[in-house]
Design a protein around this ligand. Structure first.
Ligand code: TPP
Ligand code: MG
Length: 574
């Protein structure tokens, strides 16, 4: 009797992935991928999340992987289904998220023959994957098991990098696709549940000559500064020690995870909008870690400054304005720790960090004074209050467009919460699915803060949300369109009608109706002070909920400008 190779192969992949620590798999229905989807549920050790829409499935898996740091599987059938994974594959590539992308395909003899639902899937995701492999249809051959297992082990290892990212396995399956009931081709794994091949990653230790060279430069400058974006790869204790030895400020993006470190300056966006402040606070040397800052003002300020070192252990080139004078390819945390060990602790300019901190406090106070005493649900206040209301161990997923910028500017620094966003390519797509994926894999409470268009863009991701046994709260800032476009220089250059029609694009549905259609409860937040109690309440409940806060785009633009003016006035009067 012919042994069942499809079922054996799929079960072997799943077993090997479990051994490698995979916990979540997202699947979309199809026949060609049925061997793998059936194996995933038959195995029983993974959480399997079933989605109709492959785009949502992929973003959900991305959310799982972002929350857990473990590779998450997404599996779909052949044809356009595979193309629908592309947005999340790109975000995983740029955002450095481990994603195991499994597309089912026809075997070679049925490709390019007009066979149904068949496209050229080899290389479908271009240069995005860390590794791509067109996997032959499973067959019964002696020794085939070691090939299947090493393939699976290599896929997880490649997804974890460094740098982490997507891996594409294009899996050919030959009919019959359903389990035949025949004995399985055997593919025994290593004893004791070990992976076929265990990959050990050691942090590359920077060599002493490089460290000494950099440390001597750090010792020579009077005023240095760290600029940290998302993916900074620095830990708070290491930065604290460096700051204590140097007296350097850290302009910390909300997504850098460094806002609670010793030198953190969190209001740099508001500060550096004030030209005099920027001019009076020019550093002699800048260490840049992670992605460029979210703040356009900080990015512009960097344009005026020389002596900028870009540190990236993954050897990426994150320098859109071409300001880097030096690049250091080294693990940022290890490098900073080594440099610190070579510093005497003599701080060259003892006024430098206190000056930044005093300005930071003044800016923060001016912002908070502006937000106090008004019941207007201003978008900056929503961002501030959501971050403040999160319990320790919570994860906040922030949408692209204004939410990520408002969190950056208005949220008070705090520890205990993780803030993540799809900032690899800044799409407004996949938000609901990413947030729900985070909720599936994260330990603590999960809140998604998003704009209305971003929420609606992935409303299909809400399908089934009510039945997934997940807890998540969406806070949707509903300004009836893309509020960010009001901040861009279109006023006076296009007519209001043109602006509304192709930029702001007010949606033709009420998002609360849409959420309710998917079975979600919606709470309307009418005034600013109602948000925190509303969120507290939502976080004690179960399931997926939506808090909707309506705002006005024009008023929002004016309030932002007033608040930045108030910060400028506070700095000038100091
Ligand atoms: C997939 C994708 N399509 C389009 C864009 C361009 N874009 C950036 S922000 C934005 C509007 C977002 O509106 P909303 O989510 O309501 O946030 P708001 O601007 O109101 O804060 C659009 C369309 C994008 N970033 N990603
Ligand atoms: Mg909006």
């Amino acid at each position: 009797m012919t042994r069942d190779a499809n079922t054996a192969f799929a079960g072997t992949l799943v077993d090997e992935w479990v051994r490698a620590g995979v916990q979540d798999a997202c699947v979309a229905p199809g026949s060609r991928n049925a061997p793998l989807t059936l194996a995933l549920i038959a195995d029983g050790r993974l959480r399997v999340h079933v989605h109709l829409d492959e785009r949502s499935a992929a973003f959900f898996a991305l959310g799982c992987a972002r929350a857990s740091g473990r590779p998450a599987v997404v599996c779909c059938t052949s044809g356009t289904a595979a193309a629908n994974l592309y947005p999340a594959v790109l975000e995983a590539a740029h955002g450095r998220v481990p994603l195991l992308v499994c597309t089912a395909d026809r075997p070679p003899e049925l490709r390019d023959t007009g066979a149904g639902q068949t496209i050229d899937q080899v290389g479908l995701y271009g240069a995005a994957p860390r590794w791509s492999f067109d996997v032959e249809a499973p067959t019964d051959r002696p020794g085939i098991g070691s090939w299947w297992r090493s393939l699976a082990a290599r896929a997880t290892a490649s997804a974890l990098g460094p740098p982490a990212g997507p891996v594409h396995l294009n899996l050919a399956f030959r009919d019959p696709l359903a389990p035949t009931g025949a004995p399985l081709v055997d593919a025994p794994g290593r004893p004791d549940g070990r992976p076929w091949t265990t990959t050990t990653r050691s942090v590359p230790v920077p060599d002493p000559a490089t460290v000494e060279h950099l440390a001597s430069q750090v010792r020579q400058v009077r005023r240095g500064l760290i600029v940290a974006g998302w993916g900074a790869g620095l830990t708070v204790p290491v930065v604290d020690r460096f700051v204590h030895a140097t007296g350097w400020p850290v302009l910390a993006d909300a997504l850098s995870g460094l806002r609670s470190c010793a030198g953190a300056v969190s209001s740099h966006d508001a500060l550096l909008r004030v030209a005099e402040f920027g001019a009076a606070h020019r550093p002699d040397l800048i260490l840049r870690v992670g992605a460029p800052p979210t703040s356009a003002a900080t990015l512009r300020w960097l344009d005026e400054l020389g002596n900028q070192w870009l540190i990236d252990g993954d050897d990426r080139w994150l320098d859109p304005n071409r300001n880097a004078t030096d690049r250091v390819v080294a693990d940022a945390d290890a490098l900073l720790a080594e440099i610190t060990s070579r510093l005497s602790g003599d701080i060259a300019d003892r006024t430098w960090l206190p000056a930044w901190h005093a300005a930071d406090r003044r800016a923060r106070d001016a912002i908070n004074a502006q937000l106090a005493g008004s019941e207007e649900p201003f978008e900056g206040r929503i961002a501030r209050d959501v971050v403040a209301a999160l319990p320790d161990s919570a994860t906040l997923v922030v949408g692209s467009s204004m939410p990520v910028r408002d969190v950056e500017t208005f949220a008070e620094p705090r520890s205990g919460v993780r803030i993540i966003a799809n900032r690899g390519v800044n799409g407004i797509d996949g938000f609901a699915s990413t947030t729900l994926g985070v909720a599936a894999a994260a330990d603590g409470p999960v809140v998604g803060l998003t704009g209305d268009l971003s929420f609606l863009h992935d409303s299909g991701g809400l399908l089934g949300a009510a039945d997934r046994d997940l807890d998540a709260t969406f806070v949707v800032v509903d300004n009836n369109g893309g509020g960010i476009f009001s901040f861009l220089p279109y006023a006076g250059r296009v007519t209001p009608e043109q602006f509304e029609r192709v930029l702001a694009t007010p949606p033709a549905v009420d998002l609360a109706d849409v959420a309710r259609a998917y079975g979600l409860a919606v709470v309307e937040i009418e005034k600013a002070s109602a948000l925190r109690p509303g969120l507290d309440q939502a976080l004690t409940g179960r399931g997926v909920r939506v808090l909707r806060v309506r705002t006005d785009r024009a008023a929002n633009l004016t309030r932002h400008a007033e608040i930045f003016d108030a910060v400028a006035a506070a700095l000038r009067s100091a």
